[in-house]
Design a protein around this ligand. Structure first.
Ligand code: CA
Length: 244
């Protein structure tokens, strides 16, 4: 499907005459930062140590959920009961501690150029993440200096229900004063795509992990790019199709 066709399909489904693009809502891990290999290693290690069956691929399939939701979902599926708050706190702490022993995560290849292009088009770049590490805002500002306004960042601190619920994207729209057809979502994970689509937003996926592209289109992504570099390189064409 061409960009035009994907956009037409979205407009028809939601009853919009035209897109009126004002913002781009970026997911963070696996989109702006190449951090997923480390998250996958840390989660699968800590969960396995605690007696769960939890492969690295499981981490990618759960990506986007908050830490508490990830643990609860696995506990319900594998032990038939939700995790206790103590278990959740201990596992989240252990995961963060292990993650912090890894090297600092680099920016995703292509990410900073894409965000700069988005800004140069007069659009507002925003971040919508299920992550909630204390150093998150510092990491964003040091890796993407002056590109994201602090009021335009939604983290797991700001919402009760994380992705795949639409809540984080709905809050981002509220913060930005945006209607659904005034923004698009850039996600790399199936549950993140589900959240964007559930919020009524035109959602594109970048397949930066090990999953098959089909997982992302099945989750509802209107367009799937093979990488962030690909989206960066295609941005002018996509923007043209969105604003025509
Ligand atoms: Ca992600």
């Amino acid at each position: 499907m061409s960009y035009r066709e994907a956009i037409e399909e979205y407009k028809q489904l939601h009853g919009y005459e035209a897109m009126q693009l004002r913002a781009v809502l970026f997911d963070m891990d696996g989109v702006l930062f190449d951090s997923m290999p480390y998250h996958a290693a840390a989660w699968s290690q800590v969960m396995s140590d605690a007696g769960f069956t939890f492969s690295k691929e499981d981490v990618y399939m759960n990506e986007g959920r908050t830490g508490a939701d990830t643990i609860n979902t696995a506990s319900l599926a594998q032990f038939g009961k939700p995790a206790t708050q103590e278990q959740i706190d201990a596992l989240c702490r252990a995961k963060c501690e292990l993650f912090d022993t890894y090297p600092a995560t680099p920016r995703m290849e292509g990410a900073i150029e894409l965000v700069k292009k988005v800004k140069a088009c007069g659009l507002t770049p925003m971040i919508v993440t299920g992550s909630g590490t204390p150093t998150l805002l510092d990491r964003i500002q040091s890796n993407f200096p002056r590109l994201f306004d602090e009021n335009h960042i939604v983290t797991s601190f700001n919402v009760k229900r994380g992705k795949p619920y639409p809540d984080p994207y709905l809050l981002a729209m509220e913060k930005g004063g945006l209607k659904p057809h005034e923004a698009i979502v850039v996600e790399n994970a199936p549950l993140g795509v589900t959240a964007g689509v559930a919020a009524g937003l035109f959602t594109v996926a970048v397949n930066t992990g090990p999953l098959k592209e089909k997982v992302l289109s099945d989750a509802g992504a209107s367009i799937v790019f093979p990488s962030m570099q690909a989206l960066r390189d295609e941005w002018e064409r996509l923007h043209d199709a969105l604003t025509r």
